[in-house]
Design a protein around this ligand. Structure first.
Ligand code: FES
Length: 133
């Protein structure tokens, strides 16, 4: 690897960071959701909240907000696009590699940031299923 090579963000990563999809602006009352999941990364302190709307077993709408880094924002933007319209189980199967492929590769040392949104999604699905019982 050449010096500095791993510091480059792809155009897709930059686009999702600068124009995050499904980002929840303002307070959560603006989004009609069925469940929410919140997680934090104990290492860096970043926080993520994921809101899901479920219809016929599928994620019909999704929104999120974060105190997160650029990679977490781009990754969660990509995740939200990948998860929308999927069944809950299919959305849970979206992997960090799927997100990385969608974005055209995150710098390796930022790969862990792609997990934050996914963990928040897992929490949201868990809370949704718990509320059904
Ligand atoms: S540095 Fe914390 S999620 Fe990226």
């Amino acid at each position: 690897m050449n010096e500095g090579e791993d510091w480059i963000y792809t155009e897709t990563v930059k686009d999702h960071f600068l124009h995050p999809r499904n980002f929840l602006m303002g307070d959560e009352s603006k989004f009609d959701y069925d469940a929410v999941g919140q997680v934090g990364n104990p290492v860096c302190g970043d926080q993520m909240r994921m809101y899901i709307k479920v219809k016929d077993g599928k994620i019909s709408d999704i929104a999120w907000k974060t105190y997160g880094c650029a990679s977490a924002i781009a990754s969660t933007s990509a995740l939200s696009e990948l998860a929308k319209g999927k069944t809950l189980d299919a959305a849970l199967e979206i992997s960090a590699k799927d997100i990385d492929d969608y974005l055209g590769n995150l710098p390796k040392h930022k790969f862990h940031c792609s997990i934050l949104g996914h963990d928040a999604l897992k929490e949201a699905v868990k809370n949704y299923r718990k509320a059904l019982k």
